[in-house]
Design a protein around this ligand. Sequence first.
Ligand code: GAR
Length: 203
Amino acid sequence: MLKLAVLISGGGSNLKALLDAAADPQFPARIVCVGSDTDAPGLAHAEAAGVPTFVVRPGDSDSREEWGQVLAAAIQEHGVGTGPEPGLVVSAGLMRILPAGFVREFSPHLINTHPALLPLYPGAHAVRDALAAGATETGVTVHIIDEGVDTGPVLRQAAVEVREHDSEEELHERIKRLERPLLVETVREIALGELDLAGLASR
Ligand code: GAR
């Protein structure tokens, strides 16, 4: 059974989708902890499901690297990234760039979901950037995290049409409707060994 640590910053609808999927005993992964950089409202989804949560604030550390070390230790306390089974860290709406030391600690067992068709529109404002560029199509990408910003190997993508007069919120909500099942499916494939993270990361 693959152990998951999920990291969030916001409402946590992707986390909720993973929690719902993992509630099925047939699902090949379970969520052992949920962490955040802030008092994210989405932590309540984990609490309701009886999953331990923690908050590691960057402001409580002297540097980004140190923040990454504290975050890594909090995850490892729950048995992810230690021992013979590597587990998987899922960044599902964590709005921080993970420091290089953290990435090296968990790589390649570290994935992110991003609301655009990478390599287009990386960064914190992907939906806004797609609208500003006049894109007629955008979407979602689930990828392995490397030391760049949204640059790691792509695992799965799904496209979403941009409609005339779409607001950022409307478009993001339509992206998330595809994103949630895509993330769940990607985690399932990783857990079943159908996606070889080490092989993909070394290409
Ligand atoms: C998701 O759309 C995720 O792709 C995005 O934040 C949203 C979180 O939604 N992440 C990024 O933009 C990271 N650059 P949620 O809190 O409802 O799961």
